[in-house]
Write a protein that binds this ligand. Structure first.
Ligand SMILES: [Fe+2]
Length: 164
């Protein structure tokens, strides 16, 4: 069986995880305020985790016969996550809310990948994506807790599109 749909979602993830790592890096650099000393290093942890997921996803894509995007131009052309020039004029709350937004998008995209890899019988990809989705949901919980909110990982619906 060919894993065409799984490959498409995996490459979408390659573009979006690359972009999200950059968004987190921007957050790491531009933040100011009283939580700086704890949140600045926390962003390093988030980036490491996203980069690990990126490497796993890209290498799984290669394993099943695909070809991951691997240039900044390709990531920019295919990602669904927007970016903006860095500014110091943002509150920590706004920055954390932006990260929640990115993680919610990834949660939805991982969900899509779990669905199509299941349909295509690609158990190994599905297993990997389930682990990634769990990690992302945990981050949503913690960031939402920081914002004084409930996680809502089971109620927020986000539409994902595969740019291909
Ligand atoms: Fe740094």
């Amino acid at each position: 069986m060919s894993y065409q749909k799984s490959k498409a979602v995996l490459n979408q993830l390659v573009a979006d995880l690359s972009q999200f790592a950059t968004i987190i890096h921007q957050t790491h650099w531009y933040m100011r305020g009283e939580d700086f000393l704890t949140l600045h290093p926390k962003m390093d942890e988030y980036m490491d985790e996203i980069n690990d997921q990126l490497d796993e996803v890209a290498e799984r894509l290669i394993t099943i016969g695909g070809a991951p995007y691997s240039t900044l131009a390709e990531f920019a052309a295919h990602t669904n996550l927007g970016d903006e020039t860095g500014t110091y004029q943002k509150s920590t709350e706004e920055r954390m809310a932006r990260l929640v937004e990115g993680y919610r998008y990834l949660q939805a995209l991982y969900g899509k990948g779990i669905e199509v890899s299941g349909e295509e019988g690609d158990d190994v990809t599905q297993d990997m994506l389930i682990a990634c989705k769990g990690a992302v949901e945990k981050n949503i919980w913690m960031l939402q807790a920081k914002l004084g909110k409930s996680p809502e990982v089971d109620t927020v619906e986000i539409e994902v599109k595969i740019k291909g």
